[in-house]
Design a protein around this ligand. Structure first.
Ligand code: 9G3
Length: 566
Protein backbone atom coordinates (compact mmCIF):
# COMPACT_ATOMS: atom_id res chain seq x y z
CA UNK A 1 0.00 0.00 0.00
CA UNK A 2 1.38 3.49 -0.85
CA UNK A 3 1.12 5.75 2.17
CA UNK A 4 0.53 8.75 -0.08
CA UNK A 5 -2.83 7.17 -0.92
CA UNK A 6 -3.71 5.78 2.52
CA UNK A 7 -6.56 7.55 4.30
CA UNK A 8 -4.74 7.91 7.62
CA UNK A 9 -5.33 11.41 9.04
CA UNK A 10 -2.70 11.63 11.80
CA UNK A 11 -2.73 14.32 14.50
CA UNK A 12 0.23 15.93 16.24
CA UNK A 13 -1.85 16.34 19.41
CA UNK A 14 -4.90 14.44 20.70
CA UNK A 15 -7.93 16.51 21.72
CA UNK A 16 -7.78 17.45 25.40
CA UNK A 17 -10.95 15.52 26.29
CA UNK A 18 -9.28 12.24 25.28
CA UNK A 19 -7.87 10.99 28.60
CA UNK A 20 -6.98 7.32 28.07
CA UNK A 21 -3.62 6.69 26.38
CA UNK A 22 -5.23 4.31 23.88
CA UNK A 23 -7.93 6.84 23.02
CA UNK A 24 -5.32 9.56 22.40
CA UNK A 25 -3.11 7.32 20.29
CA UNK A 26 -5.97 5.89 18.21
CA UNK A 27 -7.12 9.40 17.35
CA UNK A 28 -3.59 10.65 16.63
CA UNK A 29 -2.67 7.59 14.51
CA UNK A 30 -5.85 7.93 12.43
CA UNK A 31 -7.46 4.64 13.51
CA UNK A 32 -10.84 6.04 14.60
CA UNK A 33 -12.87 9.22 14.53
CA UNK A 34 -15.80 10.07 16.80
CA UNK A 35 -19.20 10.62 15.19
CA UNK A 36 -21.00 11.29 18.49
CA UNK A 37 -20.37 10.53 22.16
CA UNK A 38 -19.45 6.84 22.39
CA UNK A 39 -19.99 6.32 18.66
CA UNK A 40 -17.00 5.85 16.34
CA UNK A 41 -15.98 5.34 12.73
CA UNK A 42 -13.11 2.90 12.12
CA UNK A 43 -10.72 4.36 9.55
CA UNK A 44 -8.68 2.01 7.31
CA UNK A 45 -5.86 1.32 9.82
CA UNK A 46 -8.34 0.71 12.64
CA UNK A 47 -10.55 -1.44 10.44
CA UNK A 48 -7.60 -3.63 9.42
CA UNK A 49 -6.72 -4.34 13.05
CA UNK A 50 -10.36 -4.89 14.04
CA UNK A 51 -10.74 -7.42 11.24
CA UNK A 52 -7.68 -9.35 12.47
CA UNK A 53 -9.07 -9.42 16.00
CA UNK A 54 -12.38 -10.70 14.66
CA UNK A 55 -10.55 -13.36 12.65
CA UNK A 56 -8.66 -14.65 15.71
CA UNK A 57 -11.93 -14.79 17.67
CA UNK A 58 -13.66 -16.56 14.77
CA UNK A 59 -10.90 -19.16 14.36
CA UNK A 60 -10.88 -20.04 18.06
CA UNK A 61 -14.69 -20.14 18.29
CA UNK A 62 -14.85 -22.48 15.27
CA UNK A 63 -11.99 -24.53 16.69
CA UNK A 64 -13.98 -24.92 19.93
CA UNK A 65 -16.93 -26.27 17.95
CA UNK A 66 -19.14 -23.17 18.06
CA UNK A 67 -21.10 -22.25 14.92
CA UNK A 68 -21.31 -18.71 13.62
CA UNK A 69 -24.67 -17.06 13.07
CA UNK A 70 -25.67 -13.42 12.64
CA UNK A 71 -28.69 -12.10 14.51
CA UNK A 72 -30.57 -8.84 13.96
CA UNK A 73 -29.82 -5.74 16.01
CA UNK A 74 -33.54 -4.81 15.95
CA UNK A 75 -35.33 -6.89 18.59
CA UNK A 76 -39.10 -6.98 19.19
CA UNK A 77 -39.95 -5.67 22.67
CA UNK A 78 -42.26 -8.68 23.21
CA UNK A 79 -39.23 -10.94 23.67
CA UNK A 80 -37.88 -8.68 26.41
CA UNK A 81 -41.31 -8.59 27.99
CA UNK A 82 -41.47 -12.42 27.96
CA UNK A 83 -38.06 -12.59 29.67
CA UNK A 84 -39.34 -9.80 31.97
CA UNK A 85 -36.24 -7.75 31.33
CA UNK A 86 -37.98 -4.95 29.50
CA UNK A 87 -38.83 -3.20 32.75
CA UNK A 88 -35.55 -4.18 34.50
CA UNK A 89 -33.38 -2.07 32.23
CA UNK A 90 -33.70 1.68 32.21
CA UNK A 91 -32.38 4.33 29.84
CA UNK A 92 -29.41 2.14 28.91
CA UNK A 93 -31.74 0.01 26.78
CA UNK A 94 -32.38 1.87 23.52
CA UNK A 95 -36.03 1.60 22.56
CA UNK A 96 -37.77 2.69 19.37
CA UNK A 97 -40.99 2.25 17.43
CA UNK A 98 -41.33 1.10 13.81
CA UNK A 99 -43.69 2.65 11.29
CA UNK A 100 -46.57 0.58 12.66
CA UNK A 101 -45.88 1.92 16.15
CA UNK A 102 -44.59 -1.52 17.26
CA UNK A 103 -41.95 -1.36 20.00
CA UNK A 104 -38.37 -2.56 19.38
CA UNK A 105 -35.01 -2.42 21.14
CA UNK A 106 -31.60 -1.96 19.58
CA UNK A 107 -29.94 -5.10 20.98
CA UNK A 108 -27.53 -4.65 23.89
CA UNK A 109 -27.20 -8.45 24.05
CA UNK A 110 -28.98 -11.42 22.52
CA UNK A 111 -30.09 -13.93 25.16
CA UNK A 112 -33.75 -13.38 24.25
CA UNK A 113 -33.19 -13.57 20.48
CA UNK A 114 -31.04 -16.69 20.51
CA UNK A 115 -33.34 -18.50 22.96
CA UNK A 116 -36.38 -17.66 20.85
CA UNK A 117 -34.54 -18.95 17.77
CA UNK A 118 -33.50 -22.23 19.43
CA UNK A 119 -36.85 -22.94 21.13
CA UNK A 120 -38.43 -23.25 17.71
CA UNK A 121 -35.74 -25.56 16.27
CA UNK A 122 -34.24 -27.70 19.04
CA UNK A 123 -36.55 -30.20 20.72
CA UNK A 124 -34.47 -33.31 21.36
CA UNK A 125 -31.39 -34.09 23.44
CA UNK A 126 -29.95 -35.64 20.27
CA UNK A 127 -29.44 -32.13 18.93
CA UNK A 128 -27.36 -31.13 21.98
CA UNK A 129 -24.82 -29.82 22.84
CA UNK A 130 -24.80 -26.82 20.53
CA UNK A 131 -22.99 -23.47 20.81
CA UNK A 132 -23.87 -20.60 18.49
CA UNK A 133 -21.99 -17.30 18.24
CA UNK A 134 -22.01 -14.06 16.36
CA UNK A 135 -19.78 -11.00 15.95
CA UNK A 136 -22.18 -8.09 15.87
CA UNK A 137 -22.84 -4.50 16.87
CA UNK A 138 -24.36 -3.91 20.28
CA UNK A 139 -26.14 -0.82 21.55
CA UNK A 140 -26.05 0.32 25.19
CA UNK A 141 -26.88 3.93 25.97
CA UNK A 142 -24.12 4.44 28.55
CA UNK A 143 -24.63 7.44 30.78
CA UNK A 144 -20.96 8.41 30.54
CA UNK A 145 -19.30 6.99 27.43
CA UNK A 146 -15.54 7.55 27.68
CA UNK A 147 -12.03 6.39 26.90
CA UNK A 148 -12.79 5.95 23.21
CA UNK A 149 -13.72 2.37 22.37
CA UNK A 150 -13.29 1.26 26.01
CA UNK A 151 -16.80 2.42 26.93
CA UNK A 152 -18.86 3.08 23.83
CA UNK A 153 -22.59 3.22 23.10
CA UNK A 154 -22.30 1.26 19.87
CA UNK A 155 -19.64 -1.43 19.95
CA UNK A 156 -18.59 -4.76 18.45
CA UNK A 157 -19.14 -7.87 20.56
CA UNK A 158 -18.65 -11.57 19.99
CA UNK A 159 -21.47 -13.18 21.89
CA UNK A 160 -21.83 -16.95 22.10
CA UNK A 161 -24.62 -19.03 23.63
CA UNK A 162 -24.34 -22.70 24.58
CA UNK A 163 -27.24 -25.14 24.88
CA UNK A 164 -26.89 -28.40 26.84
CA UNK A 165 -29.17 -31.17 28.11
CA UNK A 166 -27.75 -31.03 31.64
CA UNK A 167 -25.37 -29.19 33.97
CA UNK A 168 -22.46 -31.53 33.26
CA UNK A 169 -22.85 -30.60 29.63
CA UNK A 170 -22.87 -26.91 30.53
CA UNK A 171 -19.67 -27.29 32.58
CA UNK A 172 -18.02 -28.85 29.51
CA UNK A 173 -19.28 -26.09 27.19
CA UNK A 174 -18.22 -23.44 29.68
CA UNK A 175 -14.69 -24.84 30.04
CA UNK A 176 -14.36 -25.16 26.28
CA UNK A 177 -15.21 -21.44 25.89
CA UNK A 178 -12.99 -20.54 28.87
CA UNK A 179 -9.98 -22.26 27.26
CA UNK A 180 -10.78 -20.72 23.86
CA UNK A 181 -10.76 -17.28 25.54
CA UNK A 182 -7.31 -17.87 26.96
CA UNK A 183 -6.07 -18.81 23.47
CA UNK A 184 -7.75 -15.76 21.90
CA UNK A 185 -6.25 -13.24 24.30
CA UNK A 186 -2.80 -14.84 24.08
CA UNK A 187 -2.90 -14.71 20.28
CA UNK A 188 -3.93 -11.04 20.45
CA UNK A 189 -0.83 -10.37 22.54
CA UNK A 190 -2.95 -9.35 25.50
CA UNK A 191 -1.76 -9.88 29.08
CA UNK A 192 -5.05 -11.10 30.53
CA UNK A 193 -6.28 -12.82 33.65
CA UNK A 194 -9.53 -14.72 34.31
CA UNK A 195 -11.12 -13.70 37.61
CA UNK A 196 -14.14 -14.94 39.54
CA UNK A 197 -16.92 -12.40 39.13
CA UNK A 198 -20.39 -11.55 40.29
CA UNK A 199 -23.17 -12.69 37.96
CA UNK A 200 -24.93 -9.33 38.38
CA UNK A 201 -28.30 -8.74 36.74
CA UNK A 202 -27.81 -11.46 34.14
CA UNK A 203 -28.38 -13.93 36.95
CA UNK A 204 -27.74 -17.55 36.22
CA UNK A 205 -26.98 -20.06 38.93
CA UNK A 206 -23.58 -21.45 38.19
CA UNK A 207 -20.94 -18.81 38.44
CA UNK A 208 -19.16 -16.55 36.05
CA UNK A 209 -15.65 -15.42 35.15
CA UNK A 210 -14.41 -12.14 33.72
CA UNK A 211 -11.28 -11.89 31.59
CA UNK A 212 -9.33 -8.83 32.64
CA UNK A 213 -6.65 -7.11 30.57
CA UNK A 214 -4.32 -5.60 33.15
CA UNK A 215 -4.09 -1.85 32.56
CA UNK A 216 -3.94 1.25 34.76
CA UNK A 217 -6.91 2.76 32.92
CA UNK A 218 -8.99 -0.31 33.83
CA UNK A 219 -12.23 0.46 35.68
CA UNK A 220 -12.34 -2.93 37.43
CA UNK A 221 -10.28 -3.83 40.47
CA UNK A 222 -8.90 -7.36 40.71
CA UNK A 223 -7.82 -9.02 43.95
CA UNK A 224 -5.23 -11.72 43.23
CA UNK A 225 -3.37 -14.04 45.56
CA UNK A 226 0.42 -13.78 45.48
CA UNK A 227 0.80 -17.48 46.21
CA UNK A 228 -1.90 -19.38 44.29
CA UNK A 229 -4.10 -18.86 41.21
CA UNK A 230 -7.00 -17.28 43.12
CA UNK A 231 -8.19 -14.04 41.50
CA UNK A 232 -11.53 -12.29 41.71
CA UNK A 233 -13.22 -9.04 40.77
CA UNK A 234 -13.29 -6.90 43.91
CA UNK A 235 -17.10 -7.08 43.74
CA UNK A 236 -16.80 -10.74 44.65
CA UNK A 237 -13.34 -11.13 46.23
CA UNK A 238 -13.31 -13.03 49.52
CA UNK A 239 -10.61 -13.65 52.13
CA UNK A 240 -9.82 -16.06 54.94
CA UNK A 241 -11.65 -14.68 57.99
CA UNK A 242 -9.19 -14.08 60.82
CA UNK A 243 -10.19 -16.12 63.87
CA UNK A 244 -11.19 -14.07 66.91
CA UNK A 245 -8.15 -14.01 69.17
CA UNK A 246 -9.13 -15.23 72.60
CA UNK A 247 -8.36 -12.14 74.64
CA UNK A 248 -8.60 -13.67 78.05
CA UNK A 249 -11.53 -13.56 80.54
CA UNK A 250 -14.72 -11.70 79.62
CA UNK A 251 -14.22 -9.56 82.77
CA UNK A 252 -12.20 -7.24 80.56
CA UNK A 253 -15.53 -6.16 79.13
CA UNK A 254 -16.04 -2.52 80.11
CA UNK A 255 -19.33 -0.70 80.66
CA UNK A 256 -20.79 1.23 77.72
CA UNK A 257 -19.50 4.81 77.77
CA UNK A 258 -21.44 7.75 76.33
CA UNK A 259 -18.95 10.00 74.52
CA UNK A 260 -19.67 13.63 73.60
CA UNK A 261 -18.51 14.02 70.03
CA UNK A 262 -19.82 17.38 68.82
CA UNK A 263 -19.94 17.47 65.02
CA UNK A 264 -17.51 14.52 64.76
CA UNK A 265 -19.13 12.37 62.05
CA UNK A 266 -16.53 10.79 59.79
CA UNK A 267 -14.15 8.02 60.73
CA UNK A 268 -11.11 10.20 60.03
CA UNK A 269 -12.49 12.87 62.40
CA UNK A 270 -13.01 10.17 65.07
CA UNK A 271 -9.45 8.92 64.46
CA UNK A 272 -8.23 12.49 64.96
CA UNK A 273 -10.36 13.09 68.06
CA UNK A 274 -9.58 9.80 69.83
CA UNK A 275 -6.07 9.23 68.53
CA UNK A 276 -7.04 5.65 67.66
CA UNK A 277 -6.75 3.66 64.43
CA UNK A 278 -9.76 3.47 62.10
CA UNK A 279 -10.03 -0.21 63.05
CA UNK A 280 -11.21 0.86 66.52
CA UNK A 281 -14.52 2.12 65.15
CA UNK A 282 -17.71 0.52 63.92
CA UNK A 283 -19.04 2.29 60.80
CA UNK A 284 -22.83 2.00 60.43
CA UNK A 285 -24.43 2.79 57.07
CA UNK A 286 -28.17 2.81 56.46
CA UNK A 287 -29.35 1.35 53.15
CA UNK A 288 -32.69 0.61 51.60
CA UNK A 289 -32.98 -2.88 50.11
CA UNK A 290 -35.94 -2.92 47.72
CA UNK A 291 -37.19 0.07 49.70
CA UNK A 292 -36.79 -1.48 53.20
CA UNK A 293 -34.22 0.16 55.54
CA UNK A 294 -31.33 -2.01 56.72
CA UNK A 295 -28.15 -1.18 58.69
CA UNK A 296 -24.76 -2.47 57.53
CA UNK A 297 -21.86 -2.29 59.98
CA UNK A 298 -18.24 -2.64 58.93
CA UNK A 299 -15.01 -1.82 60.76
CA UNK A 300 -13.85 1.78 60.35
CA UNK A 301 -10.94 0.84 58.11
CA UNK A 302 -13.14 -1.21 55.71
CA UNK A 303 -15.60 -0.29 52.94
CA UNK A 304 -19.06 -1.80 52.44
CA UNK A 305 -19.23 -4.09 49.40
CA UNK A 306 -22.72 -3.35 48.11
CA UNK A 307 -22.77 -6.35 45.71
CA UNK A 308 -22.16 -8.70 48.63
CA UNK A 309 -24.87 -6.98 50.73
CA UNK A 310 -27.32 -7.08 47.80
CA UNK A 311 -26.63 -10.79 47.21
CA UNK A 312 -26.94 -11.58 50.95
CA UNK A 313 -30.35 -9.88 51.02
CA UNK A 314 -31.35 -11.26 47.60
CA UNK A 315 -32.45 -7.71 46.89
CA UNK A 316 -33.09 -6.38 43.40
CA UNK A 317 -32.24 -2.83 44.33
CA UNK A 318 -29.86 -1.69 47.07
CA UNK A 319 -28.96 1.93 47.64
CA UNK A 320 -27.79 4.19 50.45
CA UNK A 321 -30.84 5.50 52.30
CA UNK A 322 -31.53 9.15 51.73
CA UNK A 323 -30.86 11.51 54.63
CA UNK A 324 -34.52 11.69 55.67
CA UNK A 325 -34.85 7.88 55.93
CA UNK A 326 -31.50 7.55 57.74
CA UNK A 327 -32.47 10.18 60.30
CA UNK A 328 -35.91 8.62 60.77
CA UNK A 329 -34.58 5.10 61.49
CA UNK A 330 -31.63 6.20 63.63
CA UNK A 331 -33.12 9.23 65.32
CA UNK A 332 -29.97 11.15 64.56
CA UNK A 333 -28.25 12.97 61.72
CA UNK A 334 -25.98 10.84 59.54
CA UNK A 335 -22.57 10.31 61.07
CA UNK A 336 -23.98 9.28 64.46
CA UNK A 337 -25.65 6.05 63.35
CA UNK A 338 -24.87 2.96 65.42
CA UNK A 339 -26.25 -0.48 66.32
CA UNK A 340 -27.67 0.32 69.78
CA UNK A 341 -31.35 1.14 69.77
CA UNK A 342 -31.88 0.40 66.07
CA UNK A 343 -34.98 -1.59 65.23
CA UNK A 344 -34.18 -2.41 61.63
CA UNK A 345 -32.26 -5.49 60.42
CA UNK A 346 -28.53 -5.19 61.08
CA UNK A 347 -25.88 -6.84 58.90
CA UNK A 348 -22.54 -6.94 60.73
CA UNK A 349 -19.35 -7.85 58.94
CA UNK A 350 -17.25 -10.67 60.43
CA UNK A 351 -14.46 -8.21 61.27
CA UNK A 352 -16.83 -6.14 63.42
CA UNK A 353 -18.00 -9.23 65.30
CA UNK A 354 -14.36 -10.13 65.89
CA UNK A 355 -13.80 -6.84 67.74
CA UNK A 356 -13.68 -6.99 71.55
CA UNK A 357 -14.96 -3.47 71.83
CA UNK A 358 -15.43 -0.57 69.46
CA UNK A 359 -16.63 2.99 69.22
CA UNK A 360 -19.93 3.40 67.37
CA UNK A 361 -22.49 6.12 66.79
CA UNK A 362 -25.02 6.51 69.62
CA UNK A 363 -27.98 7.24 67.32
CA UNK A 364 -28.02 10.64 68.99
CA UNK A 365 -26.71 13.92 67.58
CA UNK A 366 -23.11 14.63 68.69
CA UNK A 367 -22.78 11.38 70.68
CA UNK A 368 -20.96 8.07 70.22
CA UNK A 369 -20.70 5.02 72.46
CA UNK A 370 -17.35 3.59 73.58
CA UNK A 371 -16.80 -0.05 74.59
CA UNK A 372 -19.55 -1.32 72.32
CA UNK A 373 -19.06 -5.06 72.33
CA UNK A 374 -20.58 -7.44 69.74
CA UNK A 375 -21.70 -10.07 72.26
CA UNK A 376 -23.98 -7.59 74.03
CA UNK A 377 -24.84 -5.11 71.33
CA UNK A 378 -24.75 -7.10 68.08
CA UNK A 379 -26.16 -10.38 69.35
CA UNK A 380 -29.02 -10.40 66.82
CA UNK A 381 -27.09 -8.94 63.89
CA UNK A 382 -26.86 -11.03 60.70
CA UNK A 383 -23.15 -11.92 60.46
CA UNK A 384 -21.55 -12.11 57.03
CA UNK A 385 -18.92 -10.94 54.59
CA UNK A 386 -20.10 -7.44 53.69
CA UNK A 387 -16.84 -5.65 53.08
CA UNK A 388 -14.43 -5.13 50.20
CA UNK A 389 -11.31 -7.21 50.44
CA UNK A 390 -8.23 -5.12 51.14
CA UNK A 391 -4.63 -5.60 50.07
CA UNK A 392 -2.93 -7.94 52.49
CA UNK A 393 -6.04 -9.96 53.35
CA UNK A 394 -5.38 -13.66 53.64
CA UNK A 395 -6.17 -15.62 50.48
CA UNK A 396 -9.50 -17.48 50.81
CA UNK A 397 -8.30 -20.32 48.59
CA UNK A 398 -4.84 -21.30 49.84
CA UNK A 399 -4.81 -19.47 53.17
CA UNK A 400 -1.09 -18.86 52.69
CA UNK A 401 -0.82 -16.02 50.21
CA UNK A 402 -1.94 -12.45 50.57
CA UNK A 403 -4.28 -10.56 48.23
CA UNK A 404 -2.71 -7.96 45.92
CA UNK A 405 -4.74 -5.46 43.90
CA UNK A 406 -4.58 -4.68 40.17
CA UNK A 407 -6.64 -2.62 37.72
CA UNK A 408 -8.11 -4.32 34.67
CA UNK A 409 -10.21 -3.79 31.57
CA UNK A 410 -12.97 -6.40 31.28
CA UNK A 411 -12.52 -7.78 27.75
CA UNK A 412 -14.45 -11.03 28.24
CA UNK A 413 -17.20 -12.39 30.42
CA UNK A 414 -18.51 -15.96 30.56
CA UNK A 415 -21.65 -17.03 32.44
CA UNK A 416 -23.40 -20.23 33.42
CA UNK A 417 -27.00 -19.16 32.85
CA UNK A 418 -28.72 -22.45 33.64
CA UNK A 419 -32.43 -22.20 32.79
CA UNK A 420 -32.92 -18.47 33.46
CA UNK A 421 -33.89 -17.75 29.83
CA UNK A 422 -35.07 -21.17 28.66
CA UNK A 423 -37.72 -21.16 31.39
CA UNK A 424 -39.11 -17.66 30.88
CA UNK A 425 -38.95 -18.10 27.10
CA UNK A 426 -40.12 -21.72 27.19
CA UNK A 427 -37.21 -23.30 25.29
CA UNK A 428 -37.52 -26.99 26.14
CA UNK A 429 -36.30 -30.34 24.77
CA UNK A 430 -37.21 -34.00 25.23
CA UNK A 431 -34.49 -35.78 27.24
CA UNK A 432 -33.44 -39.42 26.84
CA UNK A 433 -36.38 -40.73 28.83
CA UNK A 434 -38.88 -38.63 26.92
CA UNK A 435 -39.48 -35.99 29.59
CA UNK A 436 -39.62 -32.33 28.58
CA UNK A 437 -36.92 -30.15 30.20
CA UNK A 438 -35.69 -26.57 29.79
CA UNK A 439 -32.40 -26.19 27.92
CA UNK A 440 -29.35 -25.56 30.10
CA UNK A 441 -27.60 -22.43 28.79
CA UNK A 442 -24.37 -20.53 29.04
CA UNK A 443 -23.40 -17.21 27.46
CA UNK A 444 -19.96 -15.91 26.56
CA UNK A 445 -18.98 -12.39 25.52
CA UNK A 446 -15.87 -10.68 24.19
CA UNK A 447 -15.79 -6.95 23.61
CA UNK A 448 -14.01 -7.03 20.23
CA UNK A 449 -13.82 -3.25 19.81
CA UNK A 450 -12.83 -2.87 23.46
CA UNK A 451 -10.11 -5.47 22.78
CA UNK A 452 -8.62 -3.09 20.19
CA UNK A 453 -8.24 -0.37 22.82
CA UNK A 454 -6.99 -2.80 25.46
CA UNK A 455 -4.20 -3.97 23.12
CA UNK A 456 -3.18 -0.35 22.53
CA UNK A 457 -3.21 0.32 26.30
CA UNK A 458 -0.81 -2.58 26.84
CA UNK A 459 1.29 -2.11 23.69
CA UNK A 460 2.32 1.50 23.33
CA UNK A 461 4.97 3.96 24.47
CA UNK A 462 5.26 7.74 24.43
CA UNK A 463 5.99 7.68 20.68
CA UNK A 464 2.97 5.64 19.74
CA UNK A 465 1.48 2.19 19.26
CA UNK A 466 3.56 -1.02 19.21
CA UNK A 467 1.37 -3.56 17.41
CA UNK A 468 1.81 -7.27 18.18
CA UNK A 469 2.68 -8.94 14.86
CA UNK A 470 -0.49 -11.04 14.91
CA UNK A 471 -2.83 -8.05 14.60
CA UNK A 472 -0.68 -5.25 13.10
CA UNK A 473 -2.40 -3.38 10.24
CA UNK A 474 0.73 -3.99 8.13
CA UNK A 475 3.75 -6.20 8.85
CA UNK A 476 6.52 -4.08 7.29
CA UNK A 477 6.90 -0.32 6.89
CA UNK A 478 9.30 0.50 4.01
CA UNK A 479 10.57 4.07 4.26
CA UNK A 480 12.71 5.74 1.55
CA UNK A 481 14.32 8.66 3.36
CA UNK A 482 13.97 11.00 0.41
CA UNK A 483 11.19 10.57 -2.13
CA UNK A 484 13.24 12.68 -4.53
CA UNK A 485 16.26 10.33 -4.53
CA UNK A 486 15.63 7.94 -7.46
CA UNK A 487 18.00 5.23 -6.14
CA UNK A 488 16.23 5.20 -2.78
CA UNK A 489 12.76 5.13 -4.34
CA UNK A 490 13.70 2.35 -6.77
CA UNK A 491 15.16 0.15 -4.04
CA UNK A 492 12.25 0.88 -1.69
CA UNK A 493 9.72 0.02 -4.40
CA UNK A 494 11.64 -3.17 -5.20
CA UNK A 495 11.67 -4.28 -1.56
CA UNK A 496 7.98 -3.47 -1.10
CA UNK A 497 6.98 -5.44 -4.20
CA UNK A 498 9.18 -8.41 -3.22
CA UNK A 499 7.57 -8.49 0.24
CA UNK A 500 4.06 -8.00 -1.13
CA UNK A 501 4.65 -10.89 -3.59
CA UNK A 502 5.75 -13.02 -0.63
CA UNK A 503 2.41 -12.24 1.03
CA UNK A 504 3.81 -9.80 3.58
CA UNK A 505 1.47 -6.86 4.16
CA UNK A 506 3.66 -3.85 3.41
CA UNK A 507 3.18 -0.10 3.71
CA UNK A 508 5.47 2.07 1.56
CA UNK A 509 5.96 5.62 2.79
CA UNK A 510 6.25 7.27 -0.64
CA UNK A 511 5.25 10.71 0.68
CA UNK A 512 7.39 13.72 -0.12
CA UNK A 513 7.92 14.51 3.56
CA UNK A 514 10.95 15.36 5.72
CA UNK A 515 12.62 12.24 7.21
CA UNK A 516 11.72 13.35 10.77
CA UNK A 517 8.02 13.44 9.93
CA UNK A 518 8.26 9.99 8.33
CA UNK A 519 9.97 8.44 11.36
CA UNK A 520 7.60 10.11 13.85
CA UNK A 521 4.57 8.82 11.93
CA UNK A 522 6.16 5.39 11.69
CA UNK A 523 6.62 5.24 15.48
CA UNK A 524 3.08 6.53 15.95
CA UNK A 525 1.29 3.90 13.82
CA UNK A 526 3.47 1.14 15.22
CA UNK A 527 4.14 -1.21 12.30
CA UNK A 528 6.33 -3.98 13.81
CA UNK A 529 9.16 -4.03 11.21
CA UNK A 530 10.69 -0.92 9.63
CA UNK A 531 13.06 -1.00 6.65
CA UNK A 532 14.72 2.36 5.96
CA UNK A 533 16.22 2.99 2.52
CA UNK A 534 18.67 5.86 2.95
CA UNK A 535 22.09 7.06 1.81
CA UNK A 536 23.52 3.51 1.43
CA UNK A 537 20.80 2.63 -1.08
CA UNK A 538 23.26 2.85 -3.96
CA UNK A 539 25.35 0.06 -2.32
CA UNK A 540 22.15 -1.92 -1.72
CA UNK A 541 22.41 -1.50 2.05
CA UNK A 542 19.28 -0.75 4.12
CA UNK A 543 18.52 -0.40 7.83
CA UNK A 544 16.07 -2.70 9.60
CA UNK A 545 14.55 -1.79 13.00
CA UNK A 546 11.84 -3.48 15.05
CA UNK A 547 9.31 -1.10 16.63
CA UNK A 548 9.73 -2.78 20.00
CA UNK A 549 13.55 -2.73 19.96
CA UNK A 550 16.13 0.05 19.85
CA UNK A 551 18.83 -1.60 17.76
CA UNK A 552 19.17 -0.84 14.04
CA UNK A 553 20.66 -3.49 11.73
CA UNK A 554 22.49 -2.61 8.52
CA UNK A 555 21.57 -5.35 6.03
CA UNK A 556 21.85 -5.98 2.32
CA UNK A 557 18.69 -6.39 0.28
CA UNK A 558 18.32 -10.17 0.60
CA UNK A 559 19.10 -10.19 4.33
CA UNK A 560 16.51 -7.48 4.92
CA UNK A 561 13.84 -9.35 2.95
CA UNK A 562 14.69 -12.60 4.71
CA UNK A 563 14.49 -10.86 8.10
CA UNK A 564 11.09 -9.38 7.24
CA UNK A 565 9.80 -12.79 6.15
CA UNK A 566 10.71 -14.46 9.44
C1 9G3 B 1 -29.43 -4.70 28.68
C2 9G3 B 1 -28.60 -3.56 28.73
C3 9G3 B 1 -27.29 -3.68 29.14
C4 9G3 B 1 -26.79 -4.92 29.52
C5 9G3 B 1 -27.63 -6.06 29.47
C6 9G3 B 1 -28.95 -5.94 29.05
C7 9G3 B 1 -25.00 -6.23 30.29
C8 9G3 B 1 -27.07 -7.34 29.85
C9 9G3 B 1 -25.16 -8.62 30.67
C10 9G3 B 1 -24.80 -9.40 29.43
C11 9G3 B 1 -24.48 -10.82 29.69
C12 9G3 B 1 -23.87 -11.52 28.53
C13 9G3 B 1 -24.08 -12.27 26.23
C14 9G3 B 1 -22.62 -12.05 25.99
C15 9G3 B 1 -21.83 -11.97 27.26
C16 9G3 B 1 -22.44 -11.05 28.28
N1 9G3 B 1 -25.47 -5.05 29.94
N2 9G3 B 1 -25.76 -7.35 30.25
O1 9G3 B 1 -27.74 -8.40 29.81
F1 9G3 B 1 -30.69 -4.56 28.24
CL1 9G3 B 1 -29.23 -2.05 28.24
O2 9G3 B 1 -24.80 -8.91 28.35
N3 9G3 B 1 -24.60 -11.40 27.30
Amino acid sequence: MRQSQLFMPTLREAPSDAEAASHRLMLRAGLIRQLAAGIYTYLPLGRRVLRKLEQIVREEMDQAGAQEVLMPALQPAELWQQSSRYEVYGPELIRLRDRHEREFTLGPTHEEVITALVRGEVNSYRQLPMTLYQIQTKFRDEKRPRYGLLRGREFLMKDAYSFDADWDGLHRSYMSMYEAYNRIFTRCGLHCRAVEADAGSIGGEGGTHEFMALADIGEDTIAACNACSYAANLEKAEYRIGHKENNGPASQKKELERLHTPDIKKVDQLVEAFGLGADAFMKTLIYTADGKPVAVIVRGDHEVNEIKVKNALAANNLELADQETAERVTGAPTGFAGPIGLNIPILADHAVLAMDAGIAGANEKDYHFGSVNPDDHLANAQAGDYRNAIAGDCCPRCGQGRLTFHLGIEVGHVFKLGTKYSETLNAKFLNGSGTEQPLIMGCYGIGVSRLLSAVVEQHSDSNGIIWPKSIAPYRVHVIPVSAKDQAQMDLALHIASRLQEAGVETLLDDRDERPGVKFKDSDLIGIPIRIVVGKHAAEGIVELKLRNEAIVQKLDLEEAIAAALK
